[in-house]
Design a protein around this ligand. Structure first.
Ligand SMILES: Cc1cc2nc3c(=O)[nH]c(=O)nc-3n(C[C@H](O)[C@H](O)[C@H](O)COP(=O)(O)OP(=O)(O)OC[C@H]3O[C@@H](n4cnc5c(N)ncnc54)[C@H](O)[C@@H]3O)c2cc1C
Length: 306
């Protein structure tokens, strides 16, 4: 069975791991330069900063088993935030340590953006074609709809109902390199009713030796400024947190606009099959959302497939 998975994020990689064990011939395609999707870590002037997912919790036994294995291999470590009672988990050298570990041993092709799907074949921007018996798509659903539209694949009313029910919050992320760590207790702070909703001190988090912080704007602020100049948005965010991230300590910064961050409205089942096609949709838009939900979505889909 030849299975192509679009997306080397948490959902695509967890599906790939199970399907390879089942004997499928799996190829994972991703448009990015690295694996991980929204579990990404950026390096700026030797400072590392997680700029997508910051940490995650564990609720299900399937995810707990997976986490236990990665903890034994020291791919994951615990992070206790002062504002949260339960322990959280992070990648030991940044969040992308986890997808990198998952991808080892899998056939993953990077810098390969899928632009067209035809009957049992897809085409990428680089001009290559890949044939498949089954296709798993794990990219954010608005991008799935674009891909189907440009491929001329009509979606049924039911397919459209599922896709239209899934929504994501946008999020501006600012990663700033500092000349010294902050005083933020436990290295992470959740802020309410402010432009910035989260600050992480990546040095205190233990993922970088050169001090850096990650700021996330609230969904409301991000939506309001979605089409504004990102540099100006970053300046607004930095000046709003001067109390924690003192401006004279900021050496340089980068900004990233996530159009799709957390899936705020999701389809309740962990995956969905497009009607009359060997095409399956998975990812954090299905099931419980976030890092664990994305993992479970890929896992349950792969377990379900023969
Ligand atoms: C700013 C931010 C903060 C977050 N904070 C948290 C948090 O603290 N805790 C938590 O649990 N979750 C958090 N999340 C959510 C979490 O990161 C996601 O739920 C999860 O990583 C989604 O995984 P996925 O595999 O479904 O999708 P993705 O990680 O988005 O993977 C999809 C992949 O598809 C690739 N792709 C897209 N289009 C194409 C194409 N046409 N061709 C080929 N490849 C393509 C992308 O490059 C990407 O690698 C956060 C997300 C963001 C952005």
């Amino acid at each position: 069975m030849k299975t192509i998975i679009i997306g080397a994020g948490m959902a695509g990689l967890s599906a790939a791991q199970v399907l390879v064990e089942k004997g499928h011939q799996v190829t994972v395609l991703d448009k990015g330069r690295g694996v991980g999707g929204r579990m990404s870590t950026r390096t700026i002037n030797n400072a590392k900063a997680d700029h997508g997912a910051q940490y995650f919790s564990v609720k299900s036994p399937q995810f707990q088993r997976f986490i236990n294995q990665l903890q034994n291999q020291q791919v994951i470590k615990e992070w206790q935030l002062a504002q949260r009672a339960n322990v959280r988990y992070i990648g030991s050298s940044g969040m992308n340590t986890i997808p990198k570990n998952m991808a080892s041993g899998l056939e993953v092709v990077l810098n390969e953006k899928v632009i067209l799907i035809t009957q049992n074949e897809l085409k990428t921007e680089s001009g290559k074609s890949y044939s498949f018996d089954k296709l798993i798509i794990t990219i954010p659903i608005p991008q799935v709809k674009e891909l189907f539209a440009q491929s001329g694949i009509p979606l049924s009313e039911r397919d459209l109902g599922v896709c239209n029910a899934i929504e994501y919050d946008p999020c501006f992320a600012v990663m700033a390199v500092l000349n010294q760590p902050t005083d933020i207790i436990s290295g992470g702070i959740i802020l309410e009713n402010q432009p910035v909703s989260w600050i992480a001190d990546n040095f205190q988090k233990g993922i970088t030796e050169v001090p850096s912080v990650t700021l996330h704007a609230s969904a409301e602020f991000s939506r309001q400024h979605l089409e504004s100049n990102p540099e100006e948005v970053a300046q607004m965010m930095l000046s709003s947190v001067n109390q924690w991230v003192i401006s004279k300590n900021v050496l340089t910064f980068q900004v990233h606009r996530w159009r799709y961050s957390l899936a705020s409205k999701r389809y309740e089942e962990p995956f969905y099959q497009i009607e009359n096609q060997s095409i399956f949709l998975a990812g954090d838009g299905f099931g419980i959302g976030n890092v664990e939900g994305a993992f479970l979505s890929g896992y349950h889909l792969a377990t379900h497939l023969p």
